[in-house]
Design a protein around this ligand. Sequence first.
Ligand code: 13P
Ligand code: ZN
Length: 271
Amino acid sequence: MRITDQNPLLKKLIENVAEVAGYLWERGWAERNAGNISVNISALISGETIGINSHPFVEMTTPYPELASMLFLVTGTGKRMRDLARKPLDNALLIQLNKKGSGYYVLSREKSSDDIFMPTSEFPTHLGIHQMVKRRGSKETVVLHTHATELVALTQIQEYCNQEKLNKLLWGMHPETMVFLPQGIGFVPYVTPGTDDIATESLKVLKKHPIVLWEKHGVFCIGDSIIDTFDNIDIMTKSAKIFFLTRSAGYSPEGLSDKELETLKVIASNF
Ligand code: 13P
Ligand code: ZN
């Protein structure tokens, strides 16, 4: 019996992840295998009841002791978002870390299975973020990475590879960007994807911002639900789109004034 069969909350969560994977593809942010998702599902499953011995075990190079015994849904490396949208459990894994946090059991596969694949190559960043969330005691369960085109395009312009200028621009393009994301976006200068270094740099920035923009690559966003996490990236990208649309029409976007932004900040603080 699959562990999703008798768990309506987990079933719903997987449906929501599939829904968002479809949006990422439709937005054009998920070329080939671009992007990855992980969700901490520990609150949805009683880990003690799972017979882990019949599942494959994978040792990790870096241990995450604070995540010991926790359960995650994580997309597979090389898997496509458009496939995840149709067949989520063929393209993502349900895993449980062992008691030391030094490896994980793949709960969605039997030991004998010949359909074994690895989690995303950005797994170090995902687990590092889940560990940071656990440490600070906040309630985000979702980590979503995608190649949000217009936000990535902004990082091809040196002027906007500067966190302050980037946020002023994005907040100024649409009032709701300040209302929903008053903490703004964090910026990480280019680092090789999939490395521990990019994980370390992202963690520094995510302490203060729910979204981080990786120069010339994509965004990482954390949130309480997969839908809200997607929405936050969508809002930020809308601002970038307005900027480029205005520029393409031959105009320089005016942006909102400091006074207008201050008023919106007050609204955001009462939200
Ligand atoms: P994965 O297929 O390993 O998840 O990689 C996709 C990606 O976007 C890397 O940054
Ligand atoms: Zn990527």
